[in-house]
Design a protein around this ligand. Sequence first.
Ligand SMILES: Nc1nc2c(c(=O)[nH]1)N[C@H]1C(S)=C(S)[C@@H](COP(=O)(O)OP(=O)(O)OC[C@H]3O[C@@H](n4cnc5c(N)ncnc54)[C@H](O)[C@@H]3O)O[C@H]1N2
Ligand code: MOO
Ligand SMILES: [Mg+2]
Length: 411
Amino acid sequence: MVEKRNPITVEDAIKRVMKYRKTGEIEYIDIKQANGRILASDIIADHDVPAFNRSPYDGYAIKSSDTSNASTDNPVVFRVVGHIGAGSVFQDTVKEKEAVRIMTGAAIPDGADTVIMLEDTETLDNDQVAVKKQMENLQNISLAGEDVKKNTVIVPKGKIINPGIVALLATFGYKNVPVSKKPVIGVIATGSELLEVDEELQDGKIRNSNSYMMIAQIERAGAIAKYFGQFSDQLDTCIEQMKSAMTEVDFLITTGGVSVGDFDLLPDIYKHFQANVLFNKIRMRPGSVTTVAELDGQLLFGLSGNPSACYVGFELFVKPVIDTFVGRNQVGMKKAKATLSVPFTKANPFDRFIRGHYELTGGKVEVSPSGKDKSNMVHSLAEANCFIHLPGGTNGYNKGETVEICLLENV
Ligand SMILES: Nc1nc2c(c(=O)[nH]1)N[C@H]1C(S)=C(S)[C@@H](COP(=O)(O)OP(=O)(O)OC[C@H]3O[C@@H](n4cnc5c(N)ncnc54)[C@H](O)[C@@H]3O)O[C@H]1N2
Ligand code: MOO
Ligand SMILES: [Mg+2]
């Protein structure tokens, strides 16, 4: 007799999985490899930026008080006592009616409190310069700390490192950047019908697309995929292969073989391992037969063989575990609201996660299905950038209704 399964809600399923979440360790990587990784420690400013008062212009550093009567009709003449470019420091102190020719980025010499732009001066003979404009104290000075104040947290841990954060890391001398280690996630495809990607089609067989899809999902989520290949539907062989795979990874995903078919071996494999099956039926479509088990604290994800169900199962249940492992601030898919551009009038007792495509049109977020919605179909995945989440237990949804979408590409 076919076993009766007890469906649980999606929220409950996620909670059960998250009970076995793990947190990864910190590793230090070269700054050139840091883009896209998750920052593992707060970055605290150990100095002001800029670290010294500096000139934002090419001009002359002078005392503003010397210009109090300056005008076009009454130019004030200064003696040029120095000449510095960015990186050089004027070793003396600027005195009354003295000017230091200074370039953008150079430190303001002691005694000076303003920089007059070259365009507002006239160079005279004998190292003299005429100023025809009044200047104020601190005018045209980039003050120390005006960008970043010493001791502030400039980037909190958990942020995804982007090029702007890389600039900050470099500013503060992080040649090696503390990031969270990526988990290693094993991928195994099951099913005797599967051909490898480079094999010719044969009667009754299909190419294994789920493994490559999941490797891409794993990488998009910021983890490392380890592919163990395709396993046949031979129980003994599968058990041995899974046992060995588990020792090499943080989490293991299998695809296929979780339903009630004669060759669906995962339930028997979990039984053989005496694994703790957290659930084997969820009140959702697609992926209702998604199964997750735990063995000695290690999560074994039994995703469905149907491509779209496998895809959805990964984003709902594996991604939050990766997010937690790498210490990302956003755990699980980011949610947003969107206007449905097509109706879904069929009532469904289960939550639906429809592959969708959202677009920003005229300041509004509009979402429509990205293709046909059956769980055994693969085409609609290509254009999907979100799931349209339709909670179950309603009479359907009308065009124009506001719905929740779960974003796929915003990791
Ligand atoms: N009597 C019942 N039959 C089914 C039920 C059920 O509750 N009672 N559930 C259906 C649902 S829902 C789903 S989803 C599937 C789940 O199937 P399995 O996880 O057991 O997966 P398989 O039987 O191995 O394969 C299903 C389907 O997917 C194709 N497949 C498998 N692996 C891959 C791969 N790596 N790449 C591409 N496609 C793959 C496979 O050829 C099958 O067509 O069960 C329903 N049945
Ligand atoms: O779980 Mo299945 O994907 O609903 O068809
Ligand atoms: Mg099956």
